[in-house]
Design a protein around this ligand. Structure first.
Ligand SMILES: [Zn+2]
Ligand SMILES: [Zn+2]
Length: 649
């Protein structure tokens, strides 16, 4: 009998094999000869038109006891269609590496039992739990909202516990950065064992052990970053997407997809509930709450009933001295907190020392030779570095009269602020928190320990710090440069700002009644900033939705970006124009562009963009895929398709 076998490779179709008397059903894992090698594939549906069955070979064998569920087969298919990704690449995310099928003896995944601490939900948490549990046995999207410190995690932990007690599996998705020791210890205290953690950086051995545990239904609860979404769960009972608003759920490279949205699709196909958790929802989710597509419950009070932080705007136009980025007023305020032995965070969203270098003698600008990007000066390395391709250049460059260039450094980076803070508070313990200083995992952990033990007075940090970390004594946050001007090209700039500053203010005053957020800014009258300080993030989302509706932007329409790359600028533009001409054959879509990417050149490749817009009730992906497949694309250009783009750089 002929069967279709899908292989975890770049192909967008299954291959035909003879089953050779082996009884097989859809979803069974099999070993087949492919080229000169044997590959592991999955028995697939017989509904593909472009079958390549020139020379039909026999299936070698069935992989005993391993199969994936029909519901997962459907999900893989949907994932591939929706995101315009070859289906084989999606399967690869499910069945993983070949190593998963070796006969290596692995240690048992019996979980080490630890002592469970007892937790008691307060009334608000209990009500939320009851509300969420109304639909525990069918597809249902609910949103659990609550300010930082309101105890949302405990609510969903309770919900999960009951579901896995019924022998079902549960998946908790977190943005990668949230897999902190803090989360782990809270998890262990609650469940009494270590979480099974899945993300791209765990070792192949660990992946193999976990993968087997999941497909054999021995691991009941997985905590993972976005790639955990395609794991071969046998009996999934619930998905939790914590911090659903976090844009890092969108994978921008390789297989491009949005893990939050795809999680909803998987829950729908599995016919199970999914719980989105957030302190302030994304614009899409907010819209779905408003239109009652998602159920929603809000925990209003912080766990200890502490008030939200007070806010203060400092106008840098009047208060800033030359070559100084921290105003005197800020220094006065910070001193009050230091006197009370409380912690302060200085926040600046820029790595390095200075973002622009210009020679004052010859006017030379330090620009990356691979990307259209300014190089950022990093003082610790004494080099100018590109944040896109990691290109490095010395700042000793020969100037016109035979001496070296004399660079002026414009704008502050986190290192510069660190220096200025040290100068202003010479008697305090000050630490820097930026990805450049947290290359090794234990560096971050040991810094957190220091902060928690009160061995740090002031922390100077980048965006990394705005997420998920709780510091008990942190009661004052200083935003060095609250900039709402945006850069004009990103429809999500406002949303990103709302999220960023909302998260940031959540860092302060978790365990105190008096806390303060200081916004230093050059635009003190900006409306977004002023709404934000009134804690009116939801009003901002409402405004943002109105603007999106007026401008026919998502979630009211759907966008697909096509990015054309080439070593030559004229070729990327020409390629994009040609693709546009072809796409115009499709009815009911609007094609914008081509335009140069705002970052025209990255890693030596020029990039031109097309943006397709259509009614979000139509699944135009099928027509677009069909058309793209017929294109004869020159080998000198490459293209990437990004469905529901989040970044427009
Ligand atoms: Zn570069
Ligand atoms: Zn010069």
């Amino acid at each position: 009998m002929k069967v279709q076998v899908l292989l975890p490779k770049i192909f967008d179709f299954p291959f035909t094999y003879h089953s050779n008397q082996i009884p097989l059903k859809i979803g069974d894992l099999v070993e087949v000869p492919f080229g000169k090698k044997n590959e592991i594939g999955v028995v697939w549906k017989n509904n593909h038109s472009d079958l390549k069955d020139v020379k039909i070979k026999n299936i070698n064998k069935k992989i005993k006891n391993y199969s994936i569920d029909k519901k997962l087969v459907d999900f893989i298919e949907w994932f591939s269609i929706y995101n315009i990704v070859p289906i084989g690449l999606v399967l690869k995310m499910t069945i993983g590496i070949k190593d998963n099928f070796t006969k290596k003896e692995d240690p048992n995944i019996d979980l080490i039992k630890k002592k469970v601490k007892s937790f008691k939900l307060n009334d608000e948490q209990n009500n939320a739990l009851k509300y969420l549990e109304i639909n525990n046995n069918k597809f249902d999207v609910s949103v659990l909202q609550g300010t930082t410190g309101s105890g949302k995690t405990l609510v969903y932990f309770e919900r999960i516990k009951k579901i896995i007690d019924k022998k079902k599996q549960a998946l908790v998705l977190l943005p990668e950065i949230f897999l902190t020791n803090e989360f782990k210890s809270r998890f262990e205290d609650f469940f009494g064992y270590e979480p099974a953690i899945w993300h791209s950086k765990i070792t192949p051995k660990k992946k193999r052990i976990m993968w087997k545990g999941i497909i054999e239904n021995k691991i009941k609860l997985v905590v993972g970053a976005r790639s955990a979404l395609l794991l071969p769960f046998k009996n999934l009972g619930i998905i939790i997407v914590d911090e659903e608003h976090d844009t890092s759920y969108k994978q921008d490279e390789g297989v491009i997809y949005n893990a939050r949205d795809m999680a909803i699709s998987r829950a729908s196909l599995e016919k199970i509930p999914i719980n989105l958790v957030t302190s302030i929802p994304s614009v899409e989710t907010y819209n779905n709450i408003q239109t009652k597509k998602f159920r929603h419950i809000n925990i209003l009070n912080r766990f200890n009933n502490y008030l939200l932080p007070k806010t203060k705007i400092i106008n840098l136009n009047i208060n800033k001295k030359k070559d100084q980025f921290i105003s005197d007023e800020t220094i006065n305020q910070v001193n009050k907190f230091l006197k009370r032995k409380e912690q302060i965070l200085f926040f600046i969203n820029r790595r390095g020392y200075a973002p622009y270098l210009i020679c004052k003698k010859c006017g030379l600008k330090q620009i990356c030779s691979n990307c259209s990007m300014y190089l950022t000066f990093h003082k610790d390395k004494n080099k100018a570095i590109c944040h896109h391709c990691l290109f490095e250049r010395s700042i000793k460059i020969e100037c016109k009269n035979g001496d070296n260039c004399d660079f002026i450094m414009y704008g502050p980076g986190v290192e510069k602020i660190f220096e200025e803070v040290k100068k202003n508070f010479p008697n305090n313990k000050i630490n820097i928190f930026s990805s450049d200083y947290m290359k090794k995992k234990n560096q971050a952990d040991s810094l957190f320990k220091k902060i928690n033990n009160n061995k740090v007075d002031i922390l100077v940090g980048t965006q990394m710090i705005s997420k998920g970390f709780n510091f008990p004594k942190l009661n004052c946050v200083v935003v060095i440069d609250a900039d709402f001007s945006g850069r004009g090209y990103d429809l999500r700039t406002t949303e990103k700002n709302i999220q960023l500053y909302h998260q940031l203010s959540g860092r302060a005053g978790r365990f105190s009644s008096e806390s303060l957020i200081i916004y230093q800014t050059l635009t003190p009258k900006d409306s977004t900033l002023n709404e934000l300080i009134k804690n009116k993030s939801e009003e901002l989302l409402k405004n943002e939705l109105a603007i999106r509706k007026k401008n026919k932007l998502p979630p009211f329409t759907r966008l697909i970006a096509i990015i054309v790359f080439s070593n030559q600028h004229n070729l990327s533009i020409l390629g994009a124009k040609e693709i546009k001409k072809q796409l115009q054959k499709i009815e009911n879509i609007e094609i914008m562009g081509p335009v140069d990417s705002p970052l025209l050149k990255i890693k030596k490749k020029f990039r031109s963009r097309l943006l397709i817009r259509f009614n979000n009730k139509d699944l135009m992906q099928i027509k677009i895929t069909k058309l793209l497949k017929t294109l004869k694309i020159s080998s000198k250009i490459k293209l990437t398709v990004d469905v529901d783009p989040v970044n427009f750089g």
